[in-house]
Design a protein around this ligand. Structure first.
Ligand SMILES: Cc1ncc(COP(=O)(O)O)c(C=O)c1O
Length: 378
C-alpha cells in the first residue's frame, strides 16, 4: 500500500494515454453524443460527467485505500448530508443526530421531522449518542465536532448502532480522509464538505458521500439525480487538482495548529482552549486512537464579545471569515451566527499554511492589543 503523499498526488488519475494530459481538463457538457439506446457511461450532465468520475475515484481511494468503495460528489457538503439522510430515512423512522454538530443540522432536523421522522439528539462527547440507538434507522456522527472539537469513539458507536440495526454515517469534514477513515472504523457512509480542508483554498463548494455497499451508494446516487444537487465541472476539476497537495496542506496546517494551540495554552486571557492534537486536550486520547492527523481548527474563549471583536480586528494575517480548512488562516467569533451553544467570546480559528512564527506573532500581538484597549483587567 502506498503512503498518504503518493496516494494524494496520484488519486483518481486515469491510465496514461499518449499525448493526453495527466489529469484531463474539465468536461463542460449538458449532453453527450448518445446514439441508439439510452445507456453508456455518459448520457446527460445531471446524471454523470467524466470530470466527476475522476474526482469520485480519487475521493474513494483516499477514504478507503484498501477496499473498493464508491464516491458520489455533490454541489456542497449540505447536499451530501441531505442526500444520505433523506434518501435513507422514511416517515416513521428514527434518526440520531449530534446536538453539537455543524450548525445547519437543526435545519436538517426540522426537515426530517416535517417528513414524520423522529429525531433524537445527544452530545458527541462521551459517546452519549449510544444511549439513543434503540429502534434507530440511522446514526449521524460528527467527530471532531464543529465548533466544540469533541471526539467520540466511532468504532464503538458503529458497533452499537449496527447491533441496534441502524446505519452509521460520519461527517469527516474536519478531519479529511488523511486525518480519519470512518469506513475503516465501521461506518457505512463517510460524508463531508469538500469546501473545507479537502480542497483547502477557500474558492469552491463541494460535498461527497463514500460507501462500500453498492446498494447504499445507488440510493444516494439516485437522490442526486432526483434533486440535481450536482457540482459544476470546473469545481470538480479544481477540487481534484487540489487533492495533489492534500498531504502537504494537512501536515503543515496541523503542525501550525498545534504550535498555535501550545502558545494559546500559556495566555491568561484564553480559556476553554480545544485542539485534539494537544496532549492535554480532553479529546486527545480518543483522537489519537482513531485519527492520523488532528486537523487545523483550534477553538477557545476570549473574555467577552468586545475582546473577541478587537482581537479579530487586530489580526493582520488572519481573515475574519467563516468556514475552515483553507491554506489562508481564518477566524471568527462563532457566536455572531447565533446557532451554536458557545460563549460570546468564543473563537473558531482555522489555521492555515503560513509560517508558524509569523502567525503566532500576529496572534500574540492581536491578543495584547485587544487586552490593552480594554484597560487593565481585574
Ligand atoms: C462539519 C461540517 N459539515 C458540513 C458542512 C456543510 O458544508 P457546505 O458548506 O459545503 O455545504 C460544514 C460547513 O461548514 C461543516 O462544518
Amino acid at each position: 500500500m502506498t503512503g498518504d503523499g503518493t496516494r494524494s498526488v496520484r488519486a483518481g488519475l486515469p491510465e496514461p494515454v499518449a499525448y493526453e494530459p495527466t489529469l484531463p481538463g474539465p468536461v463542460f457538457a449538458a449532453h453527450f453524443h448518445l446514439p441508439g439506446e439510452a445507456d453508456g457511461p455518459y448520457t446527460y450532465g445531471r446524471d454523470t460527467n467524466p470530470t466527476w468520475t475522476h474526482l469520485e475515484r480519487a475521493i474513494a481511494e483516499l477514504e478507503s485505500p484498501d477496499e473498493r468503495a464508491e464516491a458520489i460528489v455533490f454541489a456542497s457538503g449540505m447536499a451530501a448530508i441531505s442526500a444520505v439522510l433523506l434518501s435513507h430515512a422514511r416517515s416513521g423512522d428514527t434518526v440520531v443526530l449530534p446536538d453539537d454538530g455543524y450548525q445547519a443540522l437543526p435545519l436538517i432536523r426540522e426537515q426530517l421531522e416535517a417528513y414524520g421522522i423522529e429525531v433524537r439528539t445527544a452530545p458527541t462527547a462521551g459517546d452519549a449518542q449510544i444511549a439513543h440507538l434503540d429502534g434507530a434507522k440511522l446514526l449521524w456522527i460528527e467527530t471532531p465536532s464543529n465548533p466544540g472539537l469533541d471526539v467520540c469513539d466511532v468504532a464503538r458507536l458503529a458497533r452499537a448502532a449496527h447491533d441496534a440495526g441502524a446505519l452509521v454515517a460520519v461527517d469527516n469534514t474536519l478531519a479529511t480522509p488523511l486525518g480519519q477513515r470512518p469506513l475503516e472504523l465501521g461506518a457505512d457512509f463517510a460524508v463531508a464538505s469538500g469546501t473545507k480542508g479537502l480542497t483547502g483554498h477557500g474558492d469552491l463548494l463541494l460535498g461527497y458521500v463514500v460507501c462500500r455497499d453498492a446498494g447504499l451508494a445507488a440510493r444516494v446516487r439516485k437522490w442526486r439525480k432526483v434533486v440535481g444537487a450536482i457540482p459544476g465541472p470546473m469545481e470538480a476539476w479544481l477540487a481534484h487538482r487540489s487533492l495533489a497537495t492534500l498531504h502537504l496542506r494537512a501536515d503543515r496546517q496541523a503542525a501550525n495548529a498545534l504550535a498555535l494551540a501550545e502558545v494559546l495554552a500559556k495566555r491568561e486571557e484564553v480559556t476553554g482552549l480545544r485542539y485534539p492534537g494537544l496532549p492535554s486536550d480532553p479529546s486527545h486520547r480518543q483522537a489519537s486512537a482513531q485519527m492520523r492527523r488532528f486537523g487545523c481548527v483550534v477553538s477557545f474563549d476570549l473574555p467577552d464579545r468586545g475582546f473577541a471583536e478587537r482581537f479579530l480586528e487586530a489580526l493582520r494575517l488572519v481573515d475574519d471569515a467563516t468556514s475552515f480548512g483553507s491554506v489562508r488562516s481564518t477566524a471568527e467569533r462563532r457566536g455572531r451566527w447565533g446557532g451554536d451553544a458557545v460563549s460570546e467570546g468564543f473563537i473558531r480559528f482555522s489555521v492555515g499554511a503560513e509560517d508558524a512564527p509569523d502567525l503566532i506573532a500576529d496572534v500574540e500581538r492581536a491578543l495584547d492589543g485587544a487586552g490593552s484597549t480594554a484597560g487593565p483587567r481585574t
